[in-house]
Design a protein around this ligand. Structure first.
Ligand code: ADP
Length: 502
C-alpha cells in the first residue's frame, strides 16, 4: 500500500459561494406543469422549493399539483388514443425530440447540474445519452408494424397489431432527471401511447425545460403531460385511473412496492426499475488497471447515486492489496465540488438524508473494524452548505456490516476479500436485489460459469458500463419488472391485438 495516511475529510466541505444570483433559464418561460397542450395555471397553488444541493440555494419555487390536475391530465391524453399517429409521424417526433436535446445540451446540462449536483460534463453526457434513446426508438418502429401469421391457423388469415396500450404514467427519479424520462417517454411515443409524466420534486426543472421544447414541436394536445408536487396523490391517480394502462416507475424499492400494491386491483401493466446492490467482483486473473478504471466510472457517476453503480467490491485474496492500491490512488485524484466548477469530478449528495445514510453506513463499518484508506467519517454539513461526502475507500469490510447489505447511494468503495469462485457467487447473490453486477476475469470459462449463476439483469464482463439505448435493461428479484431500452422497451407500451379473418 503506497500511502495509508488518512486525509482530512473536512477539506471537502468548502464554502461554495453560489455560482448564480438567481436561477434563470432561457428555456423556461412557465414554471409550471403542462396538460392538453397548455402550461397549467399556477395562481393560488401551494408551492414547493427546488434546491441546489451543492449550495443549498433555492433555485425555484414551483406550484404543487395533486390528484385533480393529474386526473385532468390523464383525461386530456385519452383522445390521442382514438387516432394514434402513423409510425412515420412517431419516428419524426422522436427524431426531433432527440435533436432538441442535442441542440440544447449546454442549457439542459446546466439545469441538471444545478438541481441534481452532478458535474457539468456528466450532466451534458446525460443529455446526449437521453437523446440516444429517442433516436434509437425512431429506428426501431418496424417491430410495431402489423404482422401476418404464416401458418394461417384455422384456415384464416391472421394479423397481429401493436396497439398503444393506453395512457402511460411515467414517474421518474432525481438521479438522471433527463435520461430516466427519455427511457420511458421514447418507448411511449414510439408505441403511440400518450404520457403523463411526474418528475422527482427534487429535480423538476430540467423536465419543465424539456416540456417547453416539446411544446414547440407541436405534438397533438394531450400527447405529453406534466404534473408534479404531491407525489402520493399523483401516484394514486396514475394507479387508479382506468385510462392509465401502463405505469412505469424508476425509484426506490419501497415506493415501487407501494405503487404495485395500489395498482394491483386495477390490473395495470407495471414497469419498475428499483434498487440495486451491485457486486463488483475482481478475480485474481483480472487486468487490475482495467478493473480499477472501470470501478471508478461505475462507482462515481452521479456521486455514486445510481442503482447500477458498484455497491460492494469483492476482490480475490491474492490480488486484494494490489487492486486496493490502484483504487485508492484513483479515488484520491477525484475533485469534489460544485458541478459547475471547472475540473470537478464528484458533486454533492442530493440532500441531508442521503448524507446521513452514507455517513451511518461508513460509521457502522468503521465501528465494526473496517479501515478508511481515504475519506471516512465526516461531520454533517452546516444547513447552508452542500451535502458533500468525501470519496471513501474502506478495507477490512466483512459480512454483517451494513455497507455490504444496503444500497449506499454515495461515494463509498467498501472492499471485501474472497477466496473461492463458488463462494463469491453465493455471496453476490445473497441480496434481495438483482439489477447490475460486474465480473473481472481473463478466463472465458470462469466468466461463463460465474455469470450464468448470477441473478442480475445486467452483468458487465470486464466492463463497468451501465445501460444503453440499444439493449433491454432491467432487474431481477426486487430490482423490478420489465425492461427499458431495445425492442423490449417499446413493447412495454404496446397491447397486442390478433385479428383472424377469411
Ligand atoms: P428516492 O428515495 O431516491 O427519492 P423515491 O422512490 O422516493 O426515491 O422517488 C422516486 C420517484 O417516486 C420520485 O418522482 C418521487 O416523487 C416519487 N414518489 C415518491 N413517493 C411516491 C408515491 N407515494 N407515489 C408516487 N410517486 C412517489
Amino acid at each position: 500500500m503506497r500511502d495509508r495516511q488518512r486525509i482530512d475529510p473536512t477539506q471537502f466541505l468548502r464554502d461554495w459561494s453560489s455560482p448564480l444570483a438567481k436561477f434563470n433559464s432561457a428555456l423556461i418561460e412557465h414554471y409550471t406543469g403542462y396538460a392538453g397542450g397548455r402550461f397549467l395555471p399556477s395562481a393560488g397553488k401551494s408551492t414547493f422549493k427546488v434546491i441546489d444541493p451543492a449550495s443549498q440555494e433555492i433555485l425555484a419555487e414551483l406550484p404543487s399539483f395533486g390528484g385533480s390536475e393529474t386526473s385532468a391530465a390523464v383525461e386530456s391524453a385519452v383522445p390521442v388514443l382514438e387516432d394514434p399517429a402513423p409510425l412515420e409521424t412517431r419516428a419524426r417526433w422522436l427524431t426531433e425530440i432527440a435533436r432538441a436535446h442535442v441542440d440544447n445540451r449546454d442549457e439542459l446540462g446546466r439545469i441538471v447540474t444545478l438541481e441534481n449536483g452532478k458535474p457539468l460534463a456528466e450532466a451534458k453526457g446525460e443529455i446526449d445519452y437521453a437523446a440516444a434513446f429517442y433516436r434509437d426508438a425512431a429506428q426501431r418502429l418496424d417491430v410495431l408494424r402489423p404482422r401476418k401469421l404464416k401458418e394461417r391457423p384455422k384456415g384464416l388469415d391472421w394479423t397481429v397489431y401493436s396497439r398503444p396500450a393506453g395512457v402511460a404514467g411515467l414517474i421518474t427519479p432525481w438521479n438522471f432527471p433527463v435520461a430516466m424520462l427519455a427511457k420511458k417517454l421514447s418507448g411511449a411515443i414510439a408505441a403511440g401511447a400518450p404520457a403523463v409524466v411526474k418528475p422527482a420534486e427534487k429535480t423538476p426543472l430540467s423536465c419543465i425545460a424539456l416540456f417547453h421544447l416539446l411544446h414547440r414541436l407541436g405534438l397533438p394536445p394531450g400527447m405529453v403531460n406534466l404534473v408534479f408536487g404531491d407525489a402520493p396523490a399523483i401516484g394514486r391517480v396514475l394507479c387508479e385511473h382506468p385510462a392509465v394502462r401502463v405505469l412505469s416507475f424508476t425509484g426506490s424499492t419501497a415506493v415501487g412496492k407501494l405503487l404495485s400494491a395500489q395498482a394491483a386491483p386495477h390490473l395495470k401493466r407495471m414497469s419498475l426499475e428499483l434498487g440495486g446492490n451491485a457486486p463488483f467482483i475482481v478475480f485474481d486473473d483480472a487486468d487490475l488497471d482495467l478493473a480499477a478504471d472501470q470501478l471508478m466510472t461505475s462507482k462515481f457517476r452521479a456521486t455514486g447515486q445510481t442503482c447500477v453503480c458498484a455497491n460492494r467490491v469483492f476482490v480475490q485474496d491474492s490480488i486484494a492489496a494490489a487492486f486496493t492500491d490502484r483504487v485508492v490512488e484513483r479515488v484520491r485524484a477525484l475533485q469534489v465540488g460544485h458541478g459547475l466548477e471547472e475540473g470537478v469530478t464528484v458533486g454533492p449528495l442530493i440532500d441531508l438524508a442521503a448524507f446521513q445514510k452514507v455517513s451511518s453506513l461508513v460509521d457502522d463499518a468503521l465501528g465494526a473494524g473496517a479501515q478508511a484508506l481515504t475519506g471516512g467519517r465526516t461531520p454533517p454539513p452546516a444547513p447552508d452548505k452542500g451535502c458533500f461526502f468525501p470519496p471513501t475507500v474502506l478495507t477490512g469490510v466483512r459480512k454483517g456490516m451494513r455497507i455490504l447489505g444496503e444500497e449506499a447511494f454515495g461515494p463509498t468503495v467498501p472492499i471485501a476479500r474472497f477466496t473461492e469462485e463458488s463462494e463469491i457467487v453465493r455471496i453476490a447473490n445473497d441480496t434481495e436485489y438483482g439489477l447490475a453486477a460486474y465480473v473481472f476475469t481473463r478466463d472465458p470459462a470462469r466468466a461463463e460459469r460465474v455469470i450464468s449463476r448470477l441473478r442480475f439483469g445486467h452483468v458487465g464482463l470486464n466492463s463497468g458500463t451501465g445501460p444503453t439505448p440499444e439493449a433491454p435493461f432491467g432487474g431481477m428479484k426486487h430490482s423490478g419488472l420489465g425492461r427499458e431500452g431495445g425492442e423490449e422497451g417499446l413493447l412495454e407500451y404496446v397491447e397486442l391485438q390478433t385479428v383472424p379473418h377469411p
